[in-house]
Design a protein around this ligand. Structure first.
Ligand code: MIG
Length: 812
């Protein structure tokens, strides 16, 4: 970075309240604005010069800032003290010289301190967050390496990292969650540096007591999200940057991808094979070869002569497609999308006025200027060509944006030579499309705006449907518009291992719907690696197998019978858990909770849990402890406080404790939390197929617990208007081991035909008495009735939505 720029260590000169939740600050060499939110979050924007730019947040679709009134007092030295009565922070102290912000909670503890503000005339800035000596740092979006980023320097600049596997990667979320302890209890807080261009985080590397954040343009825009628990931070972060809307149910199934399934015949044959072998799968991805000369929104007339017919054949098998769309539009005057984009001046131009081009698959291509609403609208409209042909989801690749300079054609492939130079490119200013910005100033929101255009376009074309968009690049808030996959990984054990902390940190950054390519993209996967990867990957929030052209094929049956059976079982487990998983996604839409959670999310007060980076909580009740070492047939597992059960054999453990579990190749170590009820179903091959047993409650004793079963049509937005069936679930344990499973009356207007509800109580010896609503049940297969075998009790009762209370009296 340029060291010669003039730096102004800012001091506070004057302040003035704009209203009861907004304060203008005059600094040495700059101006700032402080806003307080009703949920107790705080935002500071500062820039060099005399006027603050208009708020850029609405321009990228941030959720509206909900102001929270505070009372303001001047301190003796001319500083400012804000007192907040609501949730979140209690007091904010703004000191004058040096300028700093101290955020205090109700106990008087400091939950955040911002200091060392430097504003430069070119818009670059530094600001630091004080770090506690024992603080751990999580989040930071999509990053390689360990879960805790203390001591690292992280760059945020969206980049097609290719095979380099170094920071930065495709997607940036300039946010972190700090977790420290004060007098025994943990305290979490979140910090978002909402820069649209590249920025840097020095995570207590240079100075152990500072997280230093730097931007290259646009001033600072920092929001502090108080805890005290990680869940509080995520709720506040997501209230600001947005939450992942409930995905269509089919998109939670398995996706089978390859670069590329390159013809209708190949896709049909693949679909037939998937079903013949009984591999649960919901979607097939169409990589770049479906297009006509890589022109987006077209079909190759030779390879895909009749996409409609293909899609109806796929639909008959319960399969859908997700089609790739790159932002680069082929420069070709005969191509209507290019012609129209050019005529309407929708492409990014260079400083010299020429349309900026770069080389991507179609050759020389132009880039839409997604920061303008009309361009987004136009882009969204283009998707009708794909949707009308029967495509169900859109896969946005190369949207960092990525491309190369000149290239060398090699048959139907091109050898990229050098990276595209976009340094002379201009784009519209998201907050004022009449102004332009250098590409670098808004680079990190390019993909966000593209996905926004895509999602909104699909919503207009299919107003009742929930869209599915998948993106490689993105920024804070990408979850509002798209699911995310972590780009081009390798078919190596290290990449399998790394996918865990990477996805956990992405999840803690608000990106709930995320996954890594199962089996690895580059290179050829081995049978053992595929087996372990599909076991873990079938429990990724987003589960897709994908691989690169010229590598070993990666359909689940390419690795021999044994691995095929392992893959089938893994995916059947996913389908079994689908009702539970769906509930976790509901929760995410509701309060921003991640689907994949590091142990620290649920157990922040347990220092041993905070260190675990190779286990995952899927929602609140399931713990995944995957095997990610070659040749390993056992592993160590850490179980935090509480009762835990092995999913497969009901073995019961009381945490906190460590144990070694055996894990033959067929086996994924999986644990359920005692005191939980998980709604499941018998496995299906695709969403829409009726499960033989639609409602199976897996009951794990060991405490009191509650849950919810949420059912709806799985694909429309009617659930938002109450077309949903919600069933409250409760587990009680009385003295002497009496257990009560309460299924509440169904609420909401979504109709479910009468069916059998099954409650399978795990680790339960034959009971002395089982009753339904006070009536004794008989043993046997009749409904209502129960069976006790193999240490489990299966209770079957009719389900008309009226609710049921099942009681079990333990045996003598
Ligand atoms: O330069 O569309 O990450 O998933 O298969 C490669 C071809 C372009 C990169 C994506 C990958 C995809 C591939 N794309």
């Amino acid at each position: 970075m340029n060291e010669k720029r003039q730096a102004t260590p800012a001091g506070l000169r004057r302040w003035q309240s704009l209203d009861d939740a907004r304060f203008a600050l005059e600094l040495d060499g700059g101006v700032a604005e402080l806003s307080t939110a009703a949920d107790g979050s705080l935002r500071l924007r500062a820039e060099a010069g005399e006027v603050l730019d208009p708020d850029p947040a609405p321009g990228i679709g941030r959720e509206p800032w909900m102001p929270g009134a505070v009372s303001a007092d001047e301190t003796r030295d001319g500083g400012l003290r804000l007192v907040h009565q609501g949730p979140g922070f209690a007091t904010l102290e703004v000191a004058t010289k040096p300028f700093s912000l101290r955020v205090l909670d109700r106990q008087g503890g400091c939950s955040a301190e911002l200091c060392d503000l430097e504003l430069r005339d070119d818009g670059s800035t530094h600001i630091s967050v004080c770090a506690a000596p024992d603080e751990h740092f999580f989040g930071f979006g999509e990053k390689y390496g360990g879960l805790d980023k203390r001591g690292e320097r992280l760059r945020m600049r969206n980049r097609d990292a290719g095979m380099s596997h170094r920071d930065p990667l495709y997607l940036s979320v300039p946010f972190f969650l700090g977790l420290s302890r004060t007098s025994g209890a943990s305290r979490a807080r979140g910090v978002l540096l909402d820069a649209f261009g590249p920025c840097d985080f020095d995570v207590a590397a240079e100075r152990g007591d500072r997280v230093r954040m730097s931007t290259e343009s646009g001033g600072v825009d920092v929001t502090i999200f108080p805890g005290p628990r990680p869940a509080d931070v995520l709720r506040r972060l997501s209230a600001r940057v947005g939450r992942c809307p409930l995905p269509p149910l089919w998109s939670l199934g398995h996706h089978q991808s390859r670069w590329s399934y390159a013809s209708e015949a190949e896709v049909r044959a693949l679909a037939a094979e998937i079903r013949r072998r009984g591999i649960p799968t919901d979607a097939i991805h169409l990589d770049i070869d479906y297009m006509d000369g890589y022109r987006v929104f077209t079909w190759s007339p030779r390879r895909f002569p009749d996409p409609k017919a293909m899609h109806s054949a796929l639909a008959a098998r319960g399969l859908r497609t997700v089609a790739i769309v790159d932002p680069g539009i082929k420069v070709d005057p005969e191509y209507p999308v290019y012609r129209e984009g050019l005529d309407r001046d929708f492409f990014c131009r260079r400083r010299d006025g020429e349309v900026q081009t770069l080389h991507v698959w179609p050759g020389r291509s132009a880039l839409p200027d997604f920061d303008r609403p009309q361009v987004r609208e136009w882009w969204g409209e283009q998707h009708r060509a794909l949707l009308d042909a029967g495509v169900s989801g859109i896969w946005n690749d190369m949207n960092e944006p990525s491309g190369w300079g000149p290239d060398l054609p090699l048959g139907r492939f091109r050898l990229p030579l050098g990276r595209a130079d976009l340094s002379g490119m201009l784009q519209s200013d998201p907050s004022d499309p009449k102004r332009v910005r250098a590409h670098e100033e808004v680079r990190n929101v390019y993909a966000l705006q593209e996905c926004r255009a895509t999602r909104e376009g699909i919503e207009r074309a299919r107003p009742r449907q929930r869209p599915f968009v998948l993106s490689r690049s993105g920024h804070a808030g990408i979850q509002r518009y798209a699911a995310v996959w972590t780009g081009d990984n390798r078919s190596r054990w290290a990449d399998l291992r790394e996918s865990i902390p990477m996805l956990l940190n992405l999840s803690l950054s608000g990106v709930a719907f995320c996954g890594a390519d199962i089996g690895g993209f580059f290179g050829s996967c081995t049978p053992e690696l595929y087996a372990r990867w599909i076991q873990l990957g079938s429990l990724y929030p987003f589960a897709r197998t994908h691989s690169k052209v010229f590598t070993r094929r990666q359909e689940p049956w390419r690795f021999g019978r044994r691995v095929e059976a392992i893959a089938r079982e893994a995916l059947r487990l996913r389908m079994r858990l689908l009702p539970y998983l769906y509930g976790v996604f509901r929760e995410s839409e509701h309060c921003g909770a991640p689907v994949w959670r590091p142990l620290l999310y649920e157990f922040p007060d347990d220092p041993d849990a905070v260190r675990v980076e190779d286990q995952i909580l899927l929602g609140r009740s399931l713990m995944v402890a995957p095997v990610v070492e070659r040749g390993a047939r056992e592993r160590e597992v850490y179980l935090p406080e509480g009762v835990w059960f092995s999913w497969h054999d009901d073995a019961r453990y009381v945490g906190p404790r460590r144990l070694r579990v055996s894990a033959p190749l067929e086996h994924l170590p999986l644990f359920a939390r005692g005191g939980s009820i998980l709604p499941t179903q018998s496995p299906i091959e695709y969403v829409g197929q009726a499960p033989a047993e639609p409602c199976v409650l897996e009951v794990f004793p060991g405490g009191e617990g509650s849950g919810e079963l949420v059912e709806d049509d799985g694909e429309t937005t009617e659930y938002r208007r109450g077309e949903v069936a919600r069933t409250g679930l409760r587990l009680w344990e009385r003295r002497g081991g009496r257990m009560r499973v309460e299924v509440g009356p169904r609420e909401g207007s979504y109709e479910i035909p009468e069916r059998i509800l099954r409650a399978r109580v795990r680790a339960c010896p034959p009971p002395q008495l089982v009753s339904l609503d006070g009536q004794r049940l008989e043993q046997g297969d009749a409904v209502p009735g129960y069976r006790a075998a193999d240490g489990r009790v299966l209770v079957q009762v009719p389900d008309r939505g009226e609710g049921a209370a099942i009681e079990l009296e333990p045996g003598p």
